[in-house]
Design a protein around this ligand. Structure first.
Ligand code: NAD
Length: 275
């Protein structure tokens, strides 16, 4: 005899992040948007952040709110500027209440040999990819510790664990993010606050699309060869990770199952860093 187990309707099924608030930096595009989507799907109220076309950002905000029945706010703060970050953190608190889940995801890239690497690009990459996480964590951690709950997820990179040539600022910043993650995890360990880094290999997003175009021009080869011979050359499973996969891992870390995972640098890289 076959047993039919009754399942609650999707709309009434308990969502693992219901009642939580989440701030995701750089969530107007790519991985950050995938993470925002996964957190909203589990019931978290959201503050989105990032650049882009204003109308398209408002459409994304409204769609997330409607589809997942959650509050969604937006801040266009420039994360290279500590004062703008402070304003964003205050705004998040005003509109959503204390932040339970902080995802530091915003990032930029520049590829050049170190001798030609523009100083302004070095400064911008360090500010956006690394220092912004210091400023946001610094703003939310005391309150998380006081309330006995918090989840901090820093989107680092496989380049937080290993290096590649021509990416000095990015590799330095992402190694820094992994170090910051471990330090915060230790400082907060007994408080119910966890802090982890996700280290993706290549994920197909606008950031990578731009790299494909640039490398195709630089090497004078078609984009398909940049993908097979350069980008996925180090990624043993020979496919891009997806924003949905990174979103699902973030939602897991933020939920009850993630309570004992802290200080980890979790590779989502198809085996790249197993080499
Ligand atoms: P993306 O370009 O699609 O998104 C980057 C986001 O950051 C956008 O929302 C953008 O508006 C925002 N942003 C950029 N500068 C900002 C600033 N000054 N202030 C506020 N927001 C700003 O890129 P992505 O591929 O989704 O990358 C997201 C994160 O994942 C980055 O930290 C990146 O280093 C990391 N990562 C990406 C890959 C990949 O293959 N795509 C791999 C490993 C790690």
């Amino acid at each position: 005899m076959q047993l039919t187990i009754p399942q609650p309707a999707a709309a009434t099924r308990e969502r693992s992040l219901a009642g939580r608030t989440a701030l995701v930096t750089g969530s107007t595009s790519g991985i950050g948007l995938g993470i925002a989507e996964a957190l909203a799907e589990q019931g978290a109220q959201l503050l989105l952040n990032g650049f882009g076309d204003a109308e398209s950002i408002m459409r994304t905000r409204d769609r997330l709110a409607m589809e997942h029945n959650v509050e969604v706010a937006y801040s266009g703060a420039d994360l290279s500027c500590p004062e703008a970050i402070a304003e964003m953190m205050a705004y998040a608190r005003d509109v959503l209440g204390p932040v339970d889940i902080l995802v530091n995801n915003a990032g930029i890239q520049h590829v050049a040999p170190i001798a030609d690497f523009p100083t302004a690009k070095w400064d911008a990459i360090l500010a956006i990819n690394l220092s912004s996480a210091f400023h946001t964590i610094r703003a939310v951690l005391p309150e998380m510790v006081e309330r006995g709950f918090g989840r901090i997820v820093n989107v680092a990179s496989a380049h937080g664990l290993v290096a590649s040539p021509f990416k000095c600022a990015y590799v330095a910043a992402k190694h820094g993010v992994v170090g910051l993650t471990k330090t915060v995890a230790l400082e907060a360990a007994v408080s119910g606050v966890t802090c982890n880094a996700i280290c993706p290999g290549y994920v197909y997003t606008p950031l990578v699309e731009k790299q494909i175009e640039e490398q195709a021009r630089a090497h004078n080869i078609p984009p398909e060869r940049v993908v097979s011979d350069i980008l996925l050359q180090s990624q043993p499973n020979k496919r891009f990770a997806t924003v949905e996969e990174i979103g699902a891992l973030t939602a897991f870390l933020a939920g009850p199952g993630g309570a004992s995972i802290t200080g980890a640098a979790l590779a989502v890289d198809g085996g790249w860093t197993a080499h």
